[in-house]
Write a protein that binds this ligand. Structure first.
Ligand code: ZN
Ligand code: ZN
Length: 179
């Protein structure tokens, strides 16, 4: 059981570096996967960059689908050999902890990224950590060479891309209550 918690925690920390690496090298570098660059660096960044556009308009929400989701289960499945190695070295609980940690991180990525650009008011919108993550990502939309993490900016901190540079504030906006 100790192996489960140790590997669960370790995989969350490791996922921060994976997120950074995938975002920087696959979503912003044309060398490997042009379709990911087109969807993310070109389309998503351009659409959500101008002041007042960072949060989608209500009528844009249907179009603002989870376009990065489609690749996520695949990225996770690519790690099956890693889960296998952890299983061989540390046993089934450790392997389960690793698989669960990375899966939760990916779900958190999609959920947070969507919430950051979503025009609805939800219970954590005004929480300090969500506002921090939202501003962190807003800076990334203004300058794409900083703040690659969405969920846990550990890799940004360690790899020197963490930035707090001020960007023009978004216009005030009333959020739609969700029931
Ligand atoms: Zn980006
Ligand atoms: Zn974004």
């Amino acid at each position: 059981m100790l192996g489960f918690f140790a590997w669960f925690t370790f995989s969350l920390l490791l996922a921060s570096f994976l997120e950074w690496f995938i975002h920087k090298y696959f979503m912003h570098t044309t060398l490997w996967l042009p379709v990911a660059v087109e969807r993310h660096a070109v389309k998503h960044h351009a659409e959500r960059r101008a002041p007042g556009k960072f949060i989608a308009a209500e009528d844009e929400l249907e179009e603002y689908h989870l376009f990065e989701t489609s690749a996520m289960p695949m990225v996770w499945m690519l790690h099956f050999p890693v889960f296998g190695l952890v299983y061989l070295g540390w046993g089934p609980w450790a392997s389960f902890g690793c698989a669960l940690g990375t899966a939760l991180y990916m779900v958190a990525y999609e959920m947070l990224h969507w919430s950051i650009h979503c025009p609805d008011k939800f219970w954590f919108r005004n929480s300090a950590w969500f506002r921090f993550l939202s501003e962190h990502h807003r800076r990334h939309h203004h300058r794409s060479r900083i703040n690659y993490n969405v969920v846990l900016p550990l890799a940004d901190l360690v790899l020197g891309t963490l930035s707090f540079e001020p960007v023009q504030p978004e216009p005030e906006r009333k959020f739609q209550e969700v029931s």
